[in-house]
Design a protein around this ligand. Structure first.
Ligand SMILES: Cc1cc2nc3c(=O)[nH]c(=O)nc-3n(C[C@H](O)[C@H](O)[C@H](O)COP(=O)(O)OP(=O)(O)OC[C@H]3O[C@@H](n4cnc5c(N)ncnc54)[C@H](O)[C@@H]3O)c2cc1C
Length: 432
């Protein structure tokens, strides 16, 4: 048995899945994928759609990593990797990446619709309210940029923002109508079902201990089996090196896994539903010490946060998130949290996701920086296209060499202190 799922709302509500058999003995495939989150499963679906044999090897179970633990916000905009900078850094590949990001929410919701996935999907929009008057200028700048690149983004006034949220705690903000939310573990399990229905082979409970290039092939090893493949997609993201410490060490050291806490309130009463976030958008504000929330299908508010230190963390983060909701929505009171869980987000130094070529027909991406639900689904598809012969210059793959943090273990230990810096920045006004 692989590691158990955390005690999350998603584990309590997602339809069960019968796990596939572990990898045993010697097997062969065309495209091997390590990791069954949104990236790996989306890649498997695309590889099958393109007619290639594909095998996914997962240490635990489909959706066990970040994909089954997140807030489920489908967001077609990254935390701080802005469209113009993608183009300035990577030219045409950067431009294609902007298109991939801008289309990523639609790609995810289309996938859900095309395969009738039961994932509690609501394409109700994504809203980023500004937490200070100066941040409204930041919202305006982002709206201008996304509109220039041809994507729908709208600037909302303070009054419109108060109407959307049912609170005048924020000052305006950026709205994107293609975003929304899903039950992430349900989506991961549905993506696994669809991949299998299309003919992909999945092996869960199969931690990969190593992969190597042997002659013209990739050879992937687990404790009980080997898998030979022409092409390889490493889809382990923030969990790279967490399960098998020697797996892709340079890539593992290029991201800092930071624990993010998530939690769910009891269902919000009908009396408040019509006032508090009546349009059911997914919401994440402009703070670095982020405030975020959305409804699930049972009208619970799903929120979360992070705290410094490692003493009594779960209780402190629970109190902090409950108080944050109460501050913005006094009618709610301080909500009781029924489920609290956590997972790793892969952060890199400049908060830009990275795509790596790990060898001939070998691909990986890391560094979601908290925005990987829509991005992972689209990038998984793109990596599958690369692994099945689509020319690189047609794809949104700005390839770089991994840059490993020196003294990664120390950086990892001190990374939570970054929150203090973020909080200080949040309090400073900006002038754009
Ligand atoms: C708490 C939290 C909240 C988040 N909220 C949001 C949000 O609301 N919106 C958003 O856009 N993004 C969010 N994210 C980010 C998003 O969840 C991730 O970017 C995305 O799910 C990454 O998907 P993935 O498939 O690339 O990686 P993962 O889902 O992490 O999958 C990697 C898989 O690789 C497997 N694996 C690792 N090592 C091995 C090995 N040796 N052998 C075999 N398998 C292995 C793991 O078991 C895991 O299942 C959040 C992340 C977290 C942790």
């Amino acid at each position: 048995m692989g590691a158990a799922f955390p005690n999350s709302l998603w584990a309590a509500t997602a339809p069960d899945r019968v796990p596939s058999a572990p990898l045993k003995g010697a097997a062969e495939t065309d495209v091997a994928i390590i990791g069954a989150g949104f990236t790996g499963l989306s890649a498997a679906i695309e590889a099958r759609r393109r007619g290639h044999e594909v095998t996914v090897v997962e240490a635990n179970a489909a959706g066990w990593g970040a994909s089954g633990r997140n807030n489920g916000q489908v967001i077609p905009i990254l935390t701080s990797a802005e469209p113009d900078v993608w183009v300035a850094r990577y030219g045409d590949a950067g431009r294609r990446m902007v298109d991939l990001i801008g289309n990523s929410a639609d790609v995810l919701f289309d996938l859900v619709r095309d395969f009738d996935m039961q994932a509690e999907a609501e394409q109700s929009g994504w809203f980023q309210p500004a937490h200070s008057p100066g941040r409204v200028a930041l919202s305006r700048k982002r709206v201008d940029a996304w509109q220039r690149f041809g994507f729908p983004a709208e600037l909302k006034t303070a009054e419109e923002t108060a109407e959307i949220l049912g609170s005048s705690f924020w000052y305006g903000g950026m709205y994107n109508p293609t975003g929304g939310h899903i039950n992430p573990l349900a989506l991961a399990r549905e993506m696994a079902r669809v991949a299998e229905d299309l003919g992909a082979t999945l092996h869960e409970d199969s931690p990969v201990t190593s992969f190597d290039r042997v002659g013209q092939d990739w050879v992937i090893r687990t404790a009980q089996g080997t898998l030979k493949a022409r092409a390889l997609i490493l889809a382990t993201n923030a969990y790279t090196g967490q399960i098998a410490p020697r797996l892709a060490p340079r890539i593992a050291r290029s991201v800092v896994p930071v624990l993010s806490w998530q939690m769910a309130t009891k269902p919000v009463g009908d009396n408040l539903l019509a006032k508090l976030l009546p349009g059911r958008q997914a919401v994440s504000d402009t703070r670095g010490d982020l405030r975020f929330f959305r409804y699930d299908a049972r009208n619970r508010l799903i929120t979360g946060g992070a705290v410094m230190g490692n003493v009594d963390v779960e209780n402190r983060v629970r109190r902090k998130a409950a108080n944050s909701l109460a501050e913005a929505f006094p009618e709610l009171g301080v909500p009781e949290m029924t489920h609290v869980w956590s997972g790793y987000i892969g952060m890199n130094w400049d908060r830009f996701p990275r795509v790596h070529k790990i060898g001939p027909d070998g691909w990986a991406w890391v560094g979601c920086n908290g925005r990987g639900v829509a991005l992972g689904t689209s990038l998984g598809r793109e990596l599958a296209r690369a692994a099945t012969g689509q020319p690189e210059d047609e794809l949104a793959l700005p390839v770089t060499e991994p840059w490993a943090f020196p003294a990664h273990a120390i950086v990892r230990r001190v990374a939570p202190a970054y929150l203090t810096w973020l909080k200080r920045q949040d309090k400073k006004e900006i002038n754009l």
